[in-house]
Design a protein around this ligand. Structure first.
Ligand code: F6P
Length: 543
């Protein structure tokens, strides 16, 4: 029988919960926080501020079991080609696997090759950081420029920023991704070619943006240090070793990975090379070990206490039963400022699909729009809509207990703001409360009647809070892996392939076809009138 998730069965639970609100549920049950929170070591997930009760959660866990979640999770780990449209296994967890057990793919253990690459990364990063490996003029490297896009950029860029306290001021990492020349220009203009090391990162080594930027970087080095210097200033990370060599990268500076690592799951592979250069290999290893901890949690913890499962099911609950279209990720941790952008690729490229594994159209909604900014900045920008807008937006708040800075008033205020937001979203403010406040301020009844509706907060707005000890390499690894598995849980329930990304291809094809029309080498007659009109305007202004 064809698989289809039974969301209709959940609507009775929605109907029951619509007759109450979270304020009432909290008042009625002093144990609500304890009932609806779960931990993985020091990481606590408080999901009590959601529109749920025990019956609804039980039904959601049943939904996961009906989707054979555990069997599919085990199939992924056993190296089955669960990415069916590309006929590939999904084994990025092997990249951070810690114990001596084997990770098999087609009967062969992938771990020796994983460990060999990690050892090469260690040797290379130690040599660069220690100054044994220098640029062509013999000067130490002071700047690493990673050239990559999508999964070959977002992961390492986000991680480097998040782990800033573990970086060194004399070895800075920069990330160039956009084909817009402004990106590479504005990065390179502050750098000295003699002390700059480029890492060209591309799983395929064919991505146009990356190859264009790599070509400009190569020309920049050759122009200032001579063609012979290129080899000393470039390293590459790819599954396409032949193309790396053809670009002129020295063999001992090419770091490989494998087709069973999806681009958006590749920060654990040699794609993490700029991270290892920036924070040192030991910290990079701790980052991998943290992710492995979360893998063990996901594989071995019963669904009812399993953090990624709970978060995934709540996402499905809001997307498919309540019809909420977006999900906000709001880190109260400035260094996680690129985490929402990273999650956009991880989640939206994975679960932005409209057909099931068998190719039939899905009859239900799939991935939400994922977005967010760090608190408290978001509070002064878009939280207005989250509190009083017409759409309900489930939120994840992320918060560290121990800051990296010794600036006590800052952190206490940050924590207070974070807790205040989820409390405000849940509680809201009733008309009676607003009127009482206005009366206490001395407003007359006419003014109160006019103003009160604007000051009412509906409340009953859902959120999760993730609270952890400290944003160190291990914790960051755990957080990223948590969201990876959450995305997997949701993709499994939706019955889609979370590991391909055919939706990015059409734009690439059309850009290729349009390029000669932009440069004026071909005419645009075969295009629609809008595209033709835009090109005409472009040519008129650029003439
Ligand atoms: O945007 C599509 C995509 O294929 C992503 O999945 C990938 O992370 C990115 O392009 C970059 O690809 P590559 O690492 O092959 O350059």
């Amino acid at each position: 029988m064809t698989y289809a998730p039974d969301f209709a069965g959940l609507s009775a639970h929605r109907a029951r919960l619509e007759r109450t609100d979270m304020r009432t549920l909290f008042a009625a049950d002093p144990e609500r926080f304890r009932t609806f929170s779960a931990t993985e070591r020091d990481l606590l997930l408080d999901y009590s501020k959601n529109r749920i009760d025990l019956e609804a959660m039980t039904a959601l866990f049943d939904l996961a079991r009906a989707a054979d979640l555990e069997a599919r999770r085990d199939a992924m780990w056993s190296g089955e080609a669960i990415n069916t449209t590309e006929n590939r296994a999904v084994l990025h967890m092997a990249l951070r696997h810690q114990d001596d057990t084997r990770v098999l793919l087609g009967g062969r253990d992938v771990m020796p090759a994983v460990r060999e690459t990690l050892e090469r990364i260690r040797v290379f990063t130690d040599a660069v950081r220690g100054g044994a490996l220098t640029g062509a003029t013999g000067r130490r490297f002071t700047d690493i420029v990673n050239i990559g896009i999508g999964g070959s950029d977002l992961g390492p860029a986000m991680v480097t920023l998040a782990l800033e306290p573990y970086t060194r001021p004399d070895l800075r990492a920069h990330y160039v991704s956009n084909v817009d020349g402004a990106h590479i220009n504005d990065t390179l203009k502050r750098l000295d070619p003699a002390t700059t090391l480029f890492v060209v990162a591309s799983k395929t080594f064919t991505t146009d943006e990356t190859m264009t930027n790599a070509g400009s970087a190569r020309a920049w080095i050759a122009r200032s240090l001579g063609e012979g210097a290129v080899g000393s200033h470039f390293a590459a990370v790819s599954t396409n070793l032949t193309a790396c060599a053809a670009f002129g990268i020295q063999e001992d500076r090419i770091f490989g990975f494998w087709d069973w690592v999806g681009g958006r799951y590749s920060v654990w592979s040699a794609i993490g090379l700029p991270v290892a250069l920036a924070i040192g290999f030991d910290n990079f290893s701790a980052f991998l070990a943290g992710a492995a901890q979360m893998d063990v949690h996901f594989r071995t913890t019963p669904l009812e206490q399993n953090l990624p499962v709970i978060m995934g099911l709540l996402g499905v609950w809001y997307r498919n039963v309540w019809g909420f279209p977006t999900h906000a990720v709001l880190p109260y941790d400035q260094r996680l400022s690129r985490f929402p952008a990273y999650l956009q690729q991880q989640d939206m490229e994975s679960n932005g699909k409209s057909v099931t594994l068998s190719g039939a159209p899905v009859g239900w909604s799939t991935g939400p729009v994922v977005w967010g900014e760090p608190g408290t900045n978001g509070q002064h920008a878009f939280y207005q809509l989250i509190h009083q807008g017409t759409d309900v937006i489930p939120c994840d708040f992320l918060l560290a207990v121990v800051p990296q800075e010794k600036l006590p008033p800052h952190h206490a205020k940050l924590v207070a703001n974070c807790l205040a937001q989820s409390e405000a979203l849940m509680l809201g403010k009733t008309r009676d409360e607003v009127e009482a406040e206005l009366r206490a301020e001395g407003l007359d009844e006419a003014a109160i009647a006019a103003l009160a509706p604007h000051k009412v907060f509906p409340g009953n707005r859902p959120s999760n809070t993730l609270i952890y000890e400290k944003l160190d390499p291990r914790m960051l690894g755990r957080l990223i892996a948590l969201y990876e598995h959450k995305v997997f849980v949701q993709g499994t329930i939706w019955g889609i392939n979370s590991f391909d990304q055919w939706g990015v291809e059409l734009g690439k094809q059309l850009a290729k076809a349009l390029l000669p029309k932009v440069t004026g080498e071909a005419d645009a007659q075969d295009h629609d009138s809008s595209t033709r009109g835009l090109l005409e305007h472009f040519h008129a202004l650029s003439a």
